[in-house]
Write a protein that binds this ligand. Structure first.
Ligand code: ZN
Length: 249
């Protein structure tokens, strides 16, 4: 099956509403398709965010229209593809309401709080033992294809050209429930993670520093991707690496 046909079914899969045969079809596709797995992860991420935010009511007319449309589809007893189409429509409405909820939630919540919390947690996890790298290589021509085979976007991979910083390799980590490309650097005994994933923010932003729970981080946006560079290094040392990895050749 094609991705276009799978996308409407993801919400139903997520809600455990697919018939066994359909479920098998969709799961079979997910095993081979990184884009669709990513879409499913995004859906789960959105739900998690919504559960953490305030409850907003849909306008009554909209709620009525959606319910009556779903009832009409049910009475017509259409096949599963139509059921998926209805699920997809409900999902679109959920997304629209979700964006509204997110927007208003963010108006009183510091925009990146959840993001920063997950970024710090992922960084702390990487220090806990086990290996922080899944591919050990300081060659970006090796690391970049490894990453792009696993996430549907292409982060900039840059080797620092200053003394004292090492490029160790990369792994896939999880931030706000989605798989995220993670580059790993080192200075003396300090591990440094660079997390990268797509954002809806269009404008390129300069790096902004924040510290939280004993770690320092720089955040910036470039070419539709958001970057978080995190470590327990002091701000000036971390900035040296930030300049290298954000804007080199
Ligand atoms: Zn697909």
């Amino acid at each position: 099956m094609k991705c276009d046909e799978i996308h409407p079914a993801l919400a139903a899969l997520f809600d455990d509403e697919l018939q066994p045969a359909d479920r098998k079809l969709v799961e079979g596709h997910l095993e081979t398709c990184v884009q669709c797995r990513y879409k499913l992860a995004e859906l789960s991420s959105l739900r998690r965010i919504l559960r953490g935010g305030p409850t907003l009511r849909a306008p009554e007319a909209l709620a009525k229209a959606v319910i009556s449309d779903l009832q009409a589809q049910r009475h017509a007893g259409r096949g599963f593809r139509h059921h998926w189409a209805a699920a997809a429509m409900a999902c679109t409405v959920l997304l629209a309401i979700g964006s509204l909820a997110l927007w208003s939630w963010r108006s009183y919540d510091d925009a990146g709080r959840l993001e920063r919390h997950d970024v710090i947690s992922a960084h702390a996890r990487s220090l806990l033992g086990g290996s922080p790298i899944a591919i050990a290589s300081s060659d970006r021509h090796v690391v970049k294809p490894w990453l792009t085979a696993r996430v549907p976007y292409a982060p900039a991979v840059r080797e620092p050209a200053v003394e004292g910083f090492e490029f160790l390799g990369a792994r896939i980590d999880v931030i706000t429930d989605r798989p995220v490309a993670t580059l790993v650097y080192k200075r003396r005994q300090h591990l440094i993670n660079l997390f990268v994933w797509p954002t809806r923010e269009k404008a390129t932003t300069a790096a902004q520093y924040a510290d939280e729970r004993g770690y320092g981080m720089y955040r910036w946006v470039a070419k539709g991707l958001v970057y978080y560079l995190v470590s327990d290094l002091d701000a000036a040392e971390l900035r040296t690496l930030q300049v290298q990895v954000c804007c080199g050749k």
